[in-house]
Write a protein that binds this ligand. Structure first.
Ligand code: ADE
Length: 286
């Protein structure tokens, strides 16, 4: 039988992951774009095997900041090393002054869209004289959803063990493979190790950022754990928007007053911890 996960041998060792230009083939299928350049679907040849890949291309005229970010991303991915629940680096290539980063391809796209796509509306009418009630259900089983949550936890545990802080963990930054293995993506954009003080003016994903990171700009593995909690909420609500309708100011004030996401209707009691009941314990953290 096929192994559950194919790991190219070179990714297990101390290889520098350099790829020859002839081993890369780019397709016309665009997976994403940014001011750094673009991400294209393609294949890379590793140890004689052709492997499907998402290839990030740094555009030729990129500014210094984009070049630095691209190099940082490669460095962090090299430092993190292989794990089945992260988007792994397959290789890098520099050809005619253009830089390429080959990443594992996750053909089922991001978790947020996948959850939303899975929604089905079922009409319940237990008695003939009752008004029908429309409920939202999912084509995905609770076992699969919980497995995906476990996958993300494993990937994040690995990042934490390597002292890498993600800073933007959310369902939209988790990708799903053809076998629906969940992989944490975009952690290469998180800078450095240990505590990181954000200095840039990039928009902060305030709905999934920890209360202390919002107010102090200091991110830690523990603030990633907060984001993981929000991600669990996104899974249970099949891609709902946390604190929907609340603007960032109001949310910040609410959080400081002890307000937390309530337990979604369909959420198992065992999966929800009511932190408002644990406030005395949390106070020692401040
Ligand atoms: N878009 C960006 N990165 C991707 C990846 N690794 N797999 C699929 N789509 C992507």
């Amino acid at each position: 039988t096929e192994p559950p996960y194919h790991i190219p041998l070179r990714m297990m060792g101390t290889s520098d992951l350099e790829l020859g230009w002839k081993d890369i083939s780019l397709s016309s299928k665009l997976l994403g774009a940014g001011n750094f350049g673009e991400v294209r679907k393609g294949t890379v040849k590793i140890d004689g095997d052709r492997i499907q890949s998402a290839i990030k291309v740094l555009k030729r005229g990129a500014d210094e900041e984009s070049k630095d970010e691209f190099q940082q991303e490669v460095d962090i991915m090299r430092h993190v090393g292989f794990h089945p629940n992260i988007i792994n680096l397959l290789g890098v290539c520099n050809h005619k002054g253009q830089q390429y980063m080959a990443l594992e391809l996750a053909t089922n796209g991001d978790l947020l869209k996948y959850l939303r796509k899975s929604r089905v509306h079922v009409t319940e009418k237990p008695y003939a004289n009752m008004r029908p009630e429309v409920q939202t259900a999912s084509t995905l089983s609770p076992v699969l959803l919980l497995r995906i949550a476990g996958d993300v936890a494993s990937g994040m545990e690995h990042l934490a063990a390597k002292d890498v802080i993600h800073r933007d963990l959310a369902a939209r930054n988790v990708l799903l493979t053809d076998r629906l293995i969940a992989k944490v993506a975009d952690f290469g954009l998180s800078r450095g190790e240990g505590i990181y003080e954000q200095k840039s003016r990039k928009a902060i994903p305030f709905r999934s950022t920890a209360i202390e990171a919002l107010s102090t700009k200091i991110y830690t593995t523990k603030s990633d754990v907060w984001s993981f909690g929000i991600l669990l909420w996104e899974i249970v609500t099949l891609g709902g928007t946390p604190y929907s309708g609340m603007k960032s100011r109001l949310l910040m004030r609410g959080l400081h007053e002890g307000y937390r996401l309530p337990k979604p209707r369909n959420c198992e009691d065992a999966l929800y911890v009511d932190f408002s009941q644990l406030n005395d314990n949390l106070l020692i953290l401040h």
